[in-house]
Design a protein around this ligand. Structure first.
Ligand code: UDP
Ligand code: MG
Length: 318
């Protein structure tokens, strides 16, 4: 029998994790050909999420959990899950019931048909502000243009990954993770299916605007060096115009003699070039900062408690 790991990152999901688990159980009962492993990753929740998960574990052997030492963010929480996913395939699903577990059967069918990465794309978004929708649409359009790997705008982390893909993903251990780009980068056979996103079961979206901006910047700077290269083009264009202007001034002076004017144009030129230089320095700083963070080679997360480890220890004692 093939085993399937259901990977559920959860951060302050106390209100929704019980209905989520109930629905998971119902769906998995309709798929008797597979053995399931429910792997909850508690990403440093400050509410009672971990207690709820421990209660599931007491009555259900299939439940496992990783309790991280603090909140590391969803990208890292997923990595912690990948590191401990034992299944022949792993399905990642959010804890907030926005993604229907009912899609598992379709994912598994495609997996059995030979696909390694079956990802679900959102057809419509409910319960989100127009600004978030608009900003995310524009952002993905930009990312598509400048990134080398294809990143599907509506494809999130809701997907089935074959063991091969999981093994590949855990070898990528960068600090500033942008997993959405990694799925494309690792390759393997991909299949797209569609679903309609539901509003959150309860609680609030955990993303603050500033975090979304950070994720967006990570997306661009991890997958593209265009922002670095763009400055040589801008520099080239500016020097071209500056040179043309110089010729113009030279000819004018030769033909008509010197006027007193010139102060305004010098100041304008100096400020303009100064601004451009500061921006380009900022871009280089952005990349340098990433290099700095990566060179520290810190571990990506720490585990407070891993349910399976505890069991092994107890077995050793007995
Ligand atoms: N999440 C997490 N760590 C975080 C933020 C979120 O593990 O720091 C989990 C969260 O519990 C949920 C999933 O990631 O299961 C998606 O989060 P959310 O629903 O807040 O994001 P959105 O659906 O708005 O993109
Ligand atoms: Mg959500």
């Amino acid at each position: 029998m093939k085993t399937i790991t259901i990977l559920i990152p959860a951060y302050n999901e106390e209100a929704v994790i019980v209905p989520m688990y109930e629905r998971l159980k119902i769906v998995c009962a309709t798929l008797p050909d597979y053995a399931f492993q429910f792997l909850f990753v508690n990403d440093g929740s400050s509410d009672g999420t971990i207690n709820k998960i421990k209660q599931f574990k007491q009555v259900d052997q299939r439940v496992q959990y990783i309790d991280l030492s603090r909140n590391f963010g969803k990208e890292i929480a997923m990595l912690a899950g990948f590191d401990h996913a034992a299944g022949d395939a792993t399905i990642i699903i959010d804890a907030d019931l926005q993604q229907p577990p009912e899609l598992f059967s379709e994912m598994l069918e495609w997996w059995e048909a030979g696909y390694d990465d079956v990802y679900a794309i959102r057809k419509a978004r409910e319960g989100e502000t127009w600004f978030k929708k608009w900003a995310s649409k524009k952002y993905y359009q930009l990312l598509q243009k400048i990134a080398k790997e294809k990143i599907h705008p509506q494809a999130g982390d809701f997907r089935l990954l074959d063991k091969k893909c999981v093994q590949a993903l855990i070898t990528l251990r960068e600090q500033e993770r942008y997993t959405k780009g990694m799925y494309g980068w690792i390759g393997f056979k991909k299949k797209e299916i569609a679903y309609v996103a539901e509003p959150r079961g309860a609680g609030e979206s955990k993303w603050k605007f500033s975090e979304l901006v950070k994720l967006a910047l990570d997306g661009i700077t991890s997958y593209s060096t265009v922002p670095l290269k763009i400055w040589s083009i801008i520099g080239f264009v500016i020097s071209f115009f500056a040179f043309a202007y110089l010729l113009f001034e030279l000819v004018k002076t030769l033909l008509f003699g010197i006027e007193t004017a010139g102060y305004a144009s010098i100041i304008a030129g100096v400020l303009f070039i100064g601004g451009i230089q500061l921006i380009s320095l900022g871009v280089i700083g952005e990349y340098l900062g990433r290099v700095f963070i990566e060179t520290k080679e810190r571990p990506l997360y720490f585990i407070q408690e891993y349910s399976e480890e505890k069991e092994e220890e107890e077995e050793e004692k007995n």
